[in-house]
Design a protein around this ligand. Sequence first.
Ligand code: BTN
Length: 258
Amino acid sequence: MPLIPQIVAQTFVKQVEFHAEIGSTNDRALDLAAAEVSTETPLLIWALQQTAGRGRGANRWWASEGALTFSVMLETSELGLPQERWPQVSLTTGLAVCAALQELLPQAEIGLKWPNDVFLHGRKICGILVEIPPRQSGKLVVGIGINVNNSLTLAPAELWPTATALCDASNRTWDLAVVLIQVLQQLERHLIQLSANDPELPQRWHELCFLRGRLIHHTVGDRVTIGTCRGVDQQGALLLQTEAGLSRVLGGVITKWE
Ligand code: BTN
């Protein structure tokens, strides 16, 4: 079966836009939403290579050829996903990627690093960037980057201790379409659970929390708070235990962990 019809037949995606190279798949999705171009949703924008991939905040997303980089534009009304649950889409997507990777590599040790990363054997394998197009359109853009065949041995040296790729963890290369279809199937399943307010989701993001029990540095601007992570609560807030007590963290970045 040719690739694009296979993706449409086997996942919830209704339309696919494929690029050999693009700046950023999230930017492309946001541009389409801004231009109010009529598209069938979920719309998949898949690129073999991004020249300006973006991460959370001011971060760039480094990925050489062989990475799986894509965005899915969702129409939340089609999914029955109320606005108060949109902040949980990032963790929910993270759980979907964890489930997909667990299917592909059953022995792997997979964790969810709050709020938008997936870790494999203690190193980042996937970053997630969920964005809301500026006009109140009811659309969400879910951007996912997974290191698949882009061996981290070819990455800048500073990434070696903290990042990994599926090929590095398994000593083989992967068919990107197989990984993509697995992630999309899990994404649909997990978004349905989020729409239904399924209590399994908060239970899973707490259980899979990579930071749980670790001493972490939480940074907002210049302010760093050091404490022990106690997991992630029902709403998706990180729980941070310091001498001052237990606090719920909703923003900022985790800059260090032990
Ligand atoms: C992060 O690590 O902070 C998130 C990284 C998200 C990267 C993906 S790759 C596909 C999509 N397009 C982008 O420009 N970013 C996301």
